[in-house]
Design a protein around this ligand. Structure first.
Ligand code: GUN
Length: 295
């Protein structure tokens, strides 16, 4: 069997088209322009390219987007001051601070300073808590994108054995929680593997749906999966550079090997990545609606 390739680019395109119309409608009917600010601290090339992509997408959808780039040695208090300004700026509905932050800045302190109703990343404890409780909240963008990819590709999650590899706050923890919830796109039996798991392959071989978010290039090989598995590869690993200086990317999954056994698989690039950005746009539009008491 050769797997169906689940294209994040195509799925993202469809959702972006919906969002573009929604943004145009908000402008026309209510004179509202959703506003986003992205904050980048330092010069990490991966973070730079993510933030650039987020801004470019926002502009393409008609969302007002500001990018703030700060020196790596900015103080924590200066960053907090900047966030406070955006918390109080009515034209900005969503605030995103790109992670990771330099070591001298306390990440949690920064994320907790963002007003929960502007926390379009869904990282503030209020949003995380509401997510776990199944209440209304901003869903974190990558897990949200994975849910959309699965449901829009017709993958049945109810009763499925889902194995998540990785327990980060950004992906592993929220996606494992969302997939076990009593909701559409959930109702799965979820196993979470991590660095202390004794025998990862014994778990991955049971998976109907395998979600890899570890950051180790091509770690999941064909011998670690069962026939017909659906594979979601969240890894974006820079494994080299082309002659013209562009990053060569690899996922956490050995795509060429695993695709022969899987029923469906996401590629890297072009899988989860475009969905993450699209869900950020969706949250920003939702934030603008909420700020104006629109449903
Ligand atoms: N770094 C890697 N993924 C993300 C994300 O989804 N949001 C932010 N803010 N930083 C990230």
């Amino acid at each position: 069997m050769s797997a169906k390739v689940i294209s994040g680019i195509e799925t993202a395109k469809a959702i972006r088209e919906e969002l573009k119309n929604e943004v145009a409608g908000l402008k026309e009917k209510y004179n509202i322009t959703p506003g986003l600010v992205t904050v980048l601290v330092g010069e990490d090339p991966a973070s730079q390219s993510y933030v650039t992509a987020k801004n470019k997408t926002a502009h393409a959808l008609g969302i007002h987007s500001e990018q703030v780039t700060l020196a790596a040695d900015i103080s924590e208090s200066e960053l907090l001051k900047l966030i406070e300004n955006y918390n109080n700026n009515p034209e900005i509905h969503g605030i995103l601070v790109q992670l990771p932050l330099p070591k001298h800045i306390h990440e949690a302190k920064i994320l907790h300073a963002i007003r929960p109703d502007k926390d379009v990343d869904g990282f503030h404890p209020v949003n995380v808590g509401n997510m776990v409780l199944g209440e209304k909240c901003y869903l974190p963008c990558t897990p949200h994108g994975i849910l959309e990819l699965l449901t829009r590709s017709g993958v049945k999650t109810s009763g499925a054995e889902v194995v998540v590899i990785g327990r980060s706050n950004i992906v592993g923890k929220p996606i494992s929680n969302l997939m076990m919830q009593k909701r559409e796109g959930g109702n799965a039996t979820v196993t979470v593997c991590h660095t202390r798991t004794k025998d990862i392959a014994s778990h991955t071989r049971r998976a109907d749906i395998l979600i890899a978010a570890v950051g180790v290039p091509k770690m999941i090989t064909v011998d670690m999966v069962k026939e017909g598995v659906v594979v979601i590869d969240v890894g974006v690993n820079r494994i080299g550079k082309t002659v013209d200086g562009k990053a060569i990317l690899a996922g956490d999954v050995d795509f060429e090997g695993v695709r022969e056994k899987a029923s469906a698989i996401t590629p890297v690039p072009g899988g989860v990545g475009p969905m993450t950005i699209t869900m950020l746009m969706k949250n920003t539009v939702q934030a603008a609606r909420q700020a104006h008491n629109l449903p």
